[in-house]
Write a protein that binds this ligand. Structure first.
Ligand code: SAM
Ligand code: SF4
Length: 493
């Protein structure tokens, strides 16, 4: 009998992409996907551990699912992803009805792991020993990546270009849960992007915890390895001109890094738009900004999380840059790509953050004038360096600082959006919203709403911005109503 699977995803875009791979793999193994928990034989949660709140949501949801299992004991419950890795056996302690706990490096084993659960049940092994726990792998085996066509969207597709993170930001659990960095080979990424373009996708979002460290380590052991070798290769590039990533990174002494990958995607595939996330400021170099200026497919949008405007807190966070170097990067970016939109992540209430530190963050935000920002209240994560320090900013203070930053950013975002009223933007139309209007994104990643027929879904159109509500631009199809084709569009936001 066909088994029905319900999968809910928490957290970042990398998790969303992992969930697509999981569903694709399960479909290939004969499972059916359902939209409601009540219809499922297998309920899986793909979880996030970045903040305690994300974990508590998953614990709460699985608690409810345990009630379903009391009525239907044959139900299989699984916790996947970062929380599985971070909490391990603790999941079984808090949620005794859960059958399977599998970390991010084990997702390709899922069909086997589910078969293992079924087998144990058949042998009528019950009790703690009947649980399946798979969390020990350090690196995801990229050579076992399943080739499945399952995607949630029809216009935009996520493409994971690397796994893991080698940074050691003092507050962050991701290096523990997602393991060591490893980059997918260039030719595999180029093939995937070209197949997506052929299948009608117009935009890809390249994913990695730190995309600017792409190419540091490939599965075959090659790569630029560390900053010293990267610098030497960069000097070579400066003499020979910028390179494109080659299919075989050993075939050439060229630097195969993120800018080179972007150039290769721009030249060798027919995808119309490329976005990427996330860029760590330590590894973002001027060549990235040049690529954004020169490659038509690469959208003029950069998410460059600063986290705080205080140098003391940046040091404690172990971010590896100062506000001065960060501001210099933003200035250089804006010189090379004047129309670029920039966003950031901010953490408020990091251990030791004083009112003066917080004011420095507000001042930096006024100075940079981001187009958008994500703000997080610091949440101690067991096992991270910062978790050993006193979480000494009171909750009420964190909440106030969070609110102040949100309001500050809302004002700046509104001012910037209003300045764009009357201008023409290139919109990639993605879908209809609940009000029946067409929505899409500008090159600068702003949501744009327009009226028009369904045939525009998946098209690049020129729209004139007539007004702004919240963080959305309201537009109308530009006079000609002409659809833009790749390479002919306006480049404003
Ligand atoms: N790799 C990305 C980078 O370096 O910017 C970000 C990945 S992280 C999953 C997304 C954001 O969550 C971070 O930029 C940070 O602002 C926030 N974050 C991470 N750990 C946190 C913690 N313990 N408490 C609050 N926010 C946190
Ligand atoms: Fe976490 Fe820092 Fe890695 Fe981003 S770069 S995932 S914040 S450790």
């Amino acid at each position: 009998m066909v088994q029905a699977v319900y999968l809910q995803t928490y957290g970042c875009q990398m998790n969303e992409r992992d969930s697509e791979e999981i569903l694709g793999m399960l479909i290939a193994h004969g499972y059916a996907i359902v939209e409601r928990e009540e219809e499922a034989d297998v309920i899986l949660l793909n979880t996030c551990s970045v903040r305690a709140h994300a974990e508590e949501r998953a614990f709460g949801k699985m608690g409810l699912m345990q009630k379903l299992k009391r009525e239907r004991p044959e139900l299989v419950l699984g916790i996947l992803g970062c929380m599985a890795k971070a909490q391990r056996e603790e999941v079984f302690r808090r949620l005794p009805q859960v059958d399977l706990v599998a970390g991010p490096a084990e997702i390709y084993d899922l069909p086997d792991l589910l078969a293992g659960v079924a087998e144990r049940r058949q042998r009528a092994e019950r009790g703690a020993g009947a649980h399946v726990l798979a969390v020990d792998r350090k690196v995801r085996p990229l050579d076992r990546r399943p080739v499945t066509g399952y995607r949630a969207g029809r216009v935009t597709a996520f493409v994971t270009i690397m796994e893991g993170c080698d940074k050691k930001c003092a507050y962050c659990i991701v290096p523990t849960t997602r393991g060591q960095e490893v980059s997918r080979p260039v030719d595999e990424i180029l093939d995937e992007v070209q197949q997506l373009a052929r299948a009608g996708y117009r935009q890809v979002i390249l994913l990695g915890q730190n995309v600017n460290s792409y190419g540091k380590r490939f599965p075959d052991g090659s790569g630029w390895v560390g900053p010293a070798r990267r610098r030497a290769l960069l000097q070579l590039e400066a003499r020979n001109g910028p390179g494109e990533a080659d299919a075989d990174p050993r075939a050439t002494p060229r630097l195969v890094d993120f800018p080179a990958l972007l150039r290769a995607i721009d030249r060798k595939t027919s995808i119309d738009r490329v976005r990427f996330t996330t860029s760590h400021p330590f590894d973002a170099h001027e060549e990235l900004f040049r690529v954004m200026a020169e490659c038509r497919a690469v959208c003029e949008f950069l998410h460059l999380p600063v986290q705080t405007g205080s140098d003391g807190i940046l040091r404690a966070m172990r971010r590896g840059y100062t506000t001065e170097t960060y501001l210099a990067q933003i200035a250089r970016l804006r010189t090379l790509v004047p129309e670029v939109a920039v966003s950031t992540d901010i953490i408020v209430g990091f251990p030791g953050e004083t009112e003066t530190d917080f004011e420095a963050t507000c001042a930096l935000m006024e100075r940079v004038r981001y187009d958008s920002a994500f703000v997080f209240k610091y949440s101690p994560r067991p096992g991270t360096e910062a978790a050993a320090w006193p979480d000494d900013v009171p909750q009420l203070v964190k909440e106030r600082r969070n609110q102040v930053i949100l309001e500050l950013q809302a004002r700046i975002s509104r001012e910037k959006l209003e300045a764009g009223v009357g201008s023409e933007v290139e919109v990639l139309v993605e879908e209809r919203n609940r009000r029946g209007q067409l929505t899409g994104k500008s090159r600068g990643n702003t949501t744009v709403v327009i009226e028009g027929p369904d045939t525009l879904i998946g098209e690049l159109v020129a729209a004139r911005v007539t007004r702004v509500t919240g963080t959305t631009m309201i537009g109308e199809l530009a006079d000609c109503g002409e659809r833009l084709t790749c390479g002919s569009g306006a480049r404003s936001h």
